[in-house]
Design a protein around this ligand. Structure first.
Ligand code: PEP
Ligand code: MG
Length: 566
């Protein structure tokens, strides 16, 4: 599956969890084991210093903090001394002494009520893996330390792995698992790193250091290409660059259909740093700010002030352009280790997003206060994720209003009016969208989840990825229902799922009357170029025909014919 467009040609860098199994052995020279331990500790410290510096430069002080905590663990006599003692007292090798001592502390800290101590357990777990790798002399992969041009090959990349990739050296990536809407794919698009995901077998086939081509345009991966193939793809790369220059001409133009009707093209972002890409790609707004990245890649919840800074920064950079901020949507494939949530059988159907926020309103209120305080700096709209029932929307909105009143009572400034909407990503809400439309200011259709829930197909599971069917008439009818409901109540309907930037979907959605399309920043200019030549009126005349079709294939064929796409 092509996950992020562009072509990458470079050497394979395998990002894999190292095998840290060891044998416990008796030693007759414990002093030498203690020395081995200290050598491993020293190298680990040097590496962590480097990673910390790198993270500071690329992601800022806040994200680098976690490595300071790791460095402290490695220098902590309360951990190191008991390991040394164990080596000497039991005459065991450093590996066993490290593992057993660390596990004892991890179990002890994990069992504590204190959240700070539980975070220390996670730190110890992380750093002992690195030290163990050095004792065993196995490579411990560090994406942040890559300093030559590579293509990353991995089973999967977590969103925080992806956030650490340095674009200068990481030319592309390809994974066994994942789909177009997994969060690593979404982040690859905002970082503009070509990616192909869900290959099922790339880690079995691509060996370290061989050349590899990742074609993120058509979703192909070529291992050990011939020189002819390399030439061919270098040419494709140049053509892609040329196309990008063509698209760039529309950067400062409004998005209009052939009859001159305006639709809004907005961008999806994950961090304030992404705004630059939005503006460079001619975004007319931010249609989805995924705030969960503020909570990830660190070891504690972000404070109200930290969040206020991030939201204000986005709003200020966007000026009077609309910015739709989504409240915390954690869960599914986005985990927060420090919240220590229990493992679930079906995380995408579990305790996540608004469900968690309504129960943990201590966390939710901090975010809402930060958003309300930031509201004076731009054109803010707030939306709640994963709403399933009207009751949830009402409760979330009531908490928002309470915090607004609290801030006013404290003498803080809050914008007088701003829109409050919801994501439509659970079929239950799409079916009775009319009832919701009476109470919300807007809808944003989250097709990544709406499709997975409607088709009952996990968006992370490549075996069922054929069921990710944006053009399936079932999905199109739900979308139509949402747009009609919004318009009947005088509200607007947008879409922030990946479908909004898809060139087959765009003509359909235009015909259904979608008001706002929010997509990866890099899709905006191609979409604007496409829309310029589409007649909304003509597409609207196909609506009932498309909605009554039986299969995706029929829809695709029909759209291609009508819009002259090959
Ligand atoms: C969606 O579900 O379509 C969406 C935009 O949200 P996320 O991808 O963050 O779940
Ligand atoms: Mg979603």
């Amino acid at each position: 599956m092509a996950a992020s467009s562009g072509i990458a040609i470079a050497k394979v860098y395998r990002l894999e969890a190292p095998d840290l199994s060891y044998n416990k052995t008796e030693v007759n020279n414990p002093e030498q084991e203690v020395k081995r331990l200290h050598d491993a500790l020293d190298i680990s410290k040097q590496e962590l210093e480097k990673i910390k510096d790198h993270t500071k430069k690329s992601l800022g002080d806040e994200h680098a903090e976690i490595f300071s905590a790791h460095l402290l663990v490695l220098s902590d006599p309360e951990l190191i001394k008991p390991i040394e003692d164990k080596i000497k007292a039991d005459n065991v090798n450093a590996e066993a002494a490290l593992d057993e001592t660390a596990n004892m502390f991890i179990d002890m800290f994990k069992g504590m009520d204190n959240e700070y101590m539980r975070e220390r357990a996670a730190d110890i777990q992380d750093v002992t893996k690195r030290v163990m790798a050095h004792l065993l002399n196995v490579t411990f992969p560090d994406p942040a330390l890559i300093n030559e041009e590579v293509v990353i090959v991995a089973d999967d990349l977590t969103p925080s792995d992806t956030a650490q990739l340095n674009k200068q050296f990481v030319k592309g990536f390809t994974t066994d698992i994942g789909g177009r809407t997994s969060h690593s794919a979404i982040m690859a698009r905002s970082l503009e790193i070509p990616a192909v995901v869900g290959t099922k077998e790339i880690t079995n086939k691509a060996e370290k250091d061989v050349m590899i081509i990742v074609d993120g345009i058509d979703g192909d991966v070529i291992i050990d290409p011939s020189s002819d193939e390399i030439n061919k793809y270098e040419q494709k790369q140049q053509e892609f660059e040329k196309k990008k220059q063509e698209w760039a001409k529309l950067k400062d133009e409004a998005t209009v259909t052939s009859e001159g009707e305006h639709v809004e093209l907005a961008a999806n972002i994950g961090t304030p740093e992404d705004v630059e890409g939005v503006l460079n790609n001619g975004g007319e707004g931010v249609g989805l700010y995924r705030t969960e990245f503020l909570y990830m890649g660190k070891n504690q919840l972000p404070t109200e002030d930290e969040q206020y800074e991030a939201y204000s920064s986005v709003l200020k950079q966007m000026g009077d352009k609309p910015v739709v901020v989504r409240t915390l949507d954690i869960g599914g494939d986005k985990e927060l280790d420090y919240l220590d949530l229990p493992d679930e059988m079906n995380p995408f159907l579990g305790y996540r997003a608004i469900r968690l926020c309504l129960e943990r309103d201590d966390i939710f209120r901090v975010q809402l206060r930060a958003l309300l305080r930031a509201s004076i700096h731009g054109n803010l709209k707030i939306m709640f994720p994963m709403i399933a029932t009207l009751q949830e929307f009402r409760e979330a909105k009531a908490i928002l209003n309470e915090e607004k009143q609290n801030l006013i009572d404290e003498g803080k400034e809050v914008a007088e009016a701003f829109e409050v909407g919801m994501m439509v990503e659970i079929p239950a809400t799409a079916v009775i969208a009319r009832q919701f439309a009476k109470e919300v200011d807007f809808f944003s259709i989250g097709t990544n989840d709406l499709i997975q829930y409607t088709m009952a197909a996990d968006r992370m599971n490549e075996r069922v990825s054929y069921l990710y069917q944006p053009y399936n008439p079932a999905i199109l009818n739900l979308i139509n229902n949402v747009i009609e409901a919004a318009h009947a109540e005088g509200k607007w309907a947008g879409m922030c799922g990946e479908m909004a930037g898809d060139e087959i979907a765009i003509p359909i959605l235009l015909g259904l009357g979608l008001d706002e399309f929010s997509m990866s920043a890099t899709s905006i200019l191609p979409a604007r170029t496409q829309i310029k030549d589409l007649s909304k009126q003509e597409l609207a005349s196909f609506k009932s025909e498309i909605l009554s079709m039986g299969t995706s294939e029929e829809v695709v064929q029909f759209v291609k014919e009508k819009t002259n796409q090959s």
